[in-house]
Design a protein around this ligand. Structure first.
Ligand SMILES: *[C@@H]1O[C@H](CO)[C@@H](O)[C@H](O)[C@H]1NC(C)=O
Ligand SMILES: *[C@@H]1O[C@H](CO)[C@@H](O)[C@H](O)[C@H]1NC(C)=O
Length: 327
């Protein structure tokens, strides 16, 4: 298209008269002035088109579809907060007013809690029945939805009174992660499937197979809805996948191995995996933590300038699916 418009210009130039506005009569110097001006305008136009072409082509190489779909982010820690080192974090979300809601796992230790962000102090706690292993948690209106591991049973709690709760069953293979956009629930069950669940009927209304390039991404764990995307911890990795809920495509990867490395360097032991993403949409704050981690981090993302070489993301962020059976 641009080449065509370049070629057209000389034609226009060959019959400049048609384009000429009425001129003061008998003034040959003003006519030659006009020619100079129109020649100048033409040169200027050609120059301008070339500049635009250069800029747009360099934009395409930088923001081409490949780079956009495949963006990799490193993180910067903005602030550290205390986190209960006995909390086996399975669900995390921001509840407003500098509080978090958290769901913890392990049989006999499963709970949901309301936690003060700044101090890590537990403001309210509901201990689950010992037969349940708590998993993902999300808040829709006044209700907290929670799923459990190796069961198709979940619970709905009143956010202001954890003693008020009811049981539900769902249609996922297992209960791992939950998130919401305020309309539907998004769920994960340890496979590569991202579910959409009707919060009223609790029936699955849509499923997407989450893929990065040609690879399925199993082990989708804790979920968070962030600015129109689903962000997922991938179990047993230090990666968060940014997923399109429309087609399941992984739009980008956030790499967080520095957090675990920092804790290990500080002498912390018995850490389990990175898990837990919370998004404060009012103040654009992003929080992450891990199971049995003594800290919770507010982080910022930075797109990495150099794309990791081929296979690096696959090795870091994708694990084989694991079959769990209830004992
Ligand atoms: C916010 O938290 C503070 C401190 O815990 C509390 O005093 C205040 O009542 C809370 N505000 C709201 C609107 O919940
Ligand atoms: C919380 O809910 C329980 C069970 O419905 C009820 O017995 C209790 O009075 C409630 N507590 C408060 C403070 O509302």
């Amino acid at each position: 298209m641009a080449g065509g418009s370049l070629r057209k210009k000389p034609h226009k130039r060959s019959s400049p008269k048609e384009a000429q506005p009425p001129m003061p009569s008998g003034s040959s110097s003003s006519r030659s002035n006009y020619r100079k001006i129109s020649l100048f305008a033409m040169v200027f136009l050609v120059f301008w088109v070339l500049i635009v072409l250069c800029i747009s082509s360099s934009m395409w190489t930088g923001l081409g579809s490949d780079a956009r779909l495949d963006q990799v982010y490193s993180i910067e820690v903005v602030k550290e907060f205390p986190h209960d080192p006995t909390a086996f974090t399975q669900g995390l979300l921001y509840g407003g007013n500098d509080t978090l809601f958290e769901s913890t796992g392990l049989r006999g230790q499963s709970s949901i809690r309301k936690v003060a962000l700044q101090t890590g102090k537990i403001l309210a706690l509901h201990k689950m029945d010992d037969s349940y292993f708590g998993e993902g948690l999300t808040l829709l209106g006044e209700r907290l939805f929670q799923v459990t591991w190796l069961e198709n049973i979940g619970f709905i709690y009143d956010r202001n009174n954890f003693s008020k709760f009811e049981k539900f069953t769902h249609q996922m293979q297992d209960g791992w992660g939950l998130a919401t956009d305020g309309k539907v629930l998004y769920g994960s069950d340890g496979t590569s499937t991202l579910y959409q669940i009707d919060p009223q009927t609790l029936k699955v209304i849509q499923k997407q197979n989450v893929k990065y390039k040609d690879h399925e991404v199993p082990n989708l764990n804790e979920l968070e809805y962030v600015n129109g995307e689903i962000w997922a911890n991938v179990w047993e990795t230090d990666c968060i996948a940014r997923i399109s809920h429309e087609n399941g495509v992984v739009l980008g990867w956030i790499l967080l191995p520095s957090l675990r490395q920092g804790l290990l360097k500080a002498g912390r032991r018995n850490l389990d995996v990175l898990n837990g993403i919370a998004w404060d949409s009012d103040r654009n704050r992003l929080f992450v933590t891990g199971k049995l981690w003594p800290k919770l981090y507010e982080i910022k993302l930075h797109p990495v300038r150099e794309k990791p070489s081929d296979g690096v993301i696959e090795r870091m962020c994708i694990r084989k699916p694991v079959q769990f059976v209830r004992q």
